[in-house]
Ligand binder design. Structure first.
Ligand SMILES: [Fe+2]
Length: 137
């Protein structure tokens, strides 16, 4: 995970021409809200956590990253190409985990709801992040 941020920091720092400071990397309120849901409500059970992380967040990240790989500047696309190999694996962890642990109809329903709600929060968080980036450009 750390490695992903290092890759993206390199892209930003090459544009800024200086090191980036931790104060410049504050998450948006929308990202904080997503994280609270993922690690709070959905973190309370293995099934909802696997669904929230693996299918709600990682799956969505992987899909958005594919667009960045296709449309982004070369160094950014290259960073996301590396990142997305990990994201694909993270999605697999969620899928394999749910196949193993979401065995009842009730758990499968809870998993579906956790994945869908997280995916929606993730899209909102991406939009806020991209809006912030556009405003700063
Ligand atoms: Fe991931």
């Amino acid at each position: 995970m750390y490695y992903h941020y290092h890759l993206l920091c390199s892209c930003i720092e090459s544009r800024l021409g200086r090191p980036i400071t931790p104060e410049e990397l504050t998450p948006t309120e929308e990202t904080r809200q997503q994280n609270r849901k993922q690690y709070g409500d959905f973190g309370a059970s293995l099934v909802t956590r696997l669904a929230s992380m693996g299918l709600g967040a990682e799956y969505m990240s992987h899909a958005v990253n594919e667009v960045v790989i296709e449309m982004g500047e070369p160094d950014v696309a290259e960073a996301y190409r590396k990142i997305n190999r990990d994201e694909a694996f993270h999605v697999q962890i969620g899928k394999v985990g749910l196949e193993r642990y979401a065995l009842t109809r009730e758990d499968q329903t809870r998993a579906w709801e956790a994945a869908m709600e997280t995916a929606k929060l993730h899209v909102v968080a991406y939009e806020a992040l991209f809006n912030r980036a556009r405003a700063a450009a």
